[in-house]
Design a protein around this ligand. Structure first.
Ligand code: AMP
Ligand code: MG
Length: 401
């Protein structure tokens, strides 16, 4: 077991906890938010034939080269082609033009499309072209070829993905079965919202926030009733959870206090990979296995628990999804000084002035790890490695919330 590790080392260690995923098929209509378990392969060329990209007239481009407003070219309109037209497409005859709609299959011999707005029709039905044709043809296979890999395993399905899946004809989508995650808050002082709170008690908020974020990541997170600070009961609870969940996430009880039983139990009886990370807020966490099930012990302080979820657990879940867990950091300019970063990473809560370029970020006034209302108003967390210059005007990386 390692103590007081860098965040990078903590992440490296949790790689050994990555869980093997089950796969299932879900209907296309409810696939949003799931993660692809298989690569998606094109079943046909796209476009599947040469298609017009504009409403206009299919022509031999050489015939319209000299067309101007003053000296229009006159052509005979041979036919009309609509998007979706089945059967044989007519062949373009010299000196003629074929009316074509966007998405219509272009006639054989077509080398250009004249836009509708560059034409007029005479009273006797001839076409007057007053601008040369353009190359408004989408060639067969220009977007992709049959057999191309369009999306990789691990891709999170968004609205654009849904369009691609529909394009290749999938009505059932192979996805990873969401992980069943137990979210267990611990602490004698915790009372569920909706119940009276006595002096000394506080409302339990962590499990609500953690479960909400985990569900937004596409998993099935189950919020559990708070566990009191009792070693034997906690042991029994973890035994139960390890039987019925893929992952256990606890909050509270991992710090240095006498009632921090998650830490005591894990250090004495669990398989703990590390305890404590060089970061602020959020230094107390641990990770490992309880009876074979991956367990993350998050801090009790509300801000710390969410920050650790974001920078440690979320990248780990991305690894479990076989997807790229690269941190998406952007650079901003500091609008005021931040404290110097000494021996541990700082994740200062910032708000961003989106009207300035480069973007300017300011720290929120309350940075305490127990301050519940400073996080909802934050746009980003500063991503400050030890030694980063944190004086006003310097450029720093941040992770958006
Ligand atoms: P602990 O790490 O258990 O010492 O908790 C640190 C601080 O976070 C204490 O002030 C706790 O009361 C508070 N805390 C612990 N768990 C929760 C929770 N689930 N919701 C809100 N606050 C909590
Ligand atoms: Mg506690």
């Amino acid at each position: 077991m390692e103590r007081w590790v860098d965040l990078a080392r903590a992440r490296e260690l949790t790689t050994s906890l990555v869980v093997k995923r089950d796969e299932e098929c879900v209907p296309l209509s409810s696939a949003h938010g799931y993660v692809l378990a298989q690569p998606i392969i094109a079943d046909r060329d796209d476009p599947h034939a040469d298609m017009s990209a504009m409403d206009g007239f299919a022509v031999h481009s050489s015939a319209t080269l000299s067309a101007t407003l003053d000296k229009p070219i006159s052509l005979v309109i041979q036919d009309s082609i609509f998007a979706g037209a089945e059967g044989r497409i007519p062949e373009l005859v010299d000196g003629q033009a074929i009316r074509i709609m966007t998405g219509g299959r272009v006639p054989l011999g077509t080398t250009g499309i004249v836009l509708v707005e560059h034409t007029e029709i005479t009273t006797d039905g001839r076409l007057l072209v007053h601008h040369p044709s353009g190359n408004h043809i989408r060639r067969q296979g220009e977007h992709h070829r049959s057999g191309d890999i369009l999306l990789d395993r691990g891709h999170r399905i968004n609205a654009a993905t849904i369009a691609t899946l529909a394009t290749v004809g999938l009505t059932e989508v192979p996805v990873f079965t969401p992980l069943r995650i137990a979210v267990l808050p611990t602490g004698d002082e915790l009372v569920e919202p909706g119940f009276p709170v006595a002096p000394g008690q506080i409302r339990e908020s962590n499990s609500w926030a953690l479960a909400a974020h985990l569900c937004a990541l596409g998993h099935v997170a189950q919020r559990l009733k708070p566990q009191s600070d009792n070693l034997d009961q906690l042991r029994a609870r973890l035994d139960d959870l390890s039987d019925s969940y893929d992952v256990i996430i606890t909050s509270g009880g991992v710090s240095m206090g006498d009632a921090d039983y998650v830490r005591r139990l894990m250090l004495e009886e669990g398989q703990t990979l590390f305890w404590r990370i060089k970061m602020k807020p959020g230094s107390p966490p641990l990770a490992g296995r309880w009876k074979g099930t991956p367990i993350f012990g998050l801090p009790g302080n509300p801000v710390s628990s969410l920050v650790v979820l974001r920078v440690l657990v979320e990248p780990w879940l991305e690894q479990c999804n076989h997807s790229d867990a690269t941190d998406q950091l952007i650079q901003v300019q500091l609008g005021s000084d931040l404290p110097p970063v000494n021996d541990r990473m700082l994740f200062t809560r910032l708000w961003i002035d989106w009207n300035q370029f480069p973007l300017v970020a300011y720290p929120l006034s309350h940075q305490g790890s127990g301050h519940p209302s400073s996080l909802p108003n934050a746009d980003a967390l500063a991503w400050l490695e030890p030694g980063t210059d944190t004086t006003v005007g310097s450029s720093i990386p941040v992770i958006l919330l």
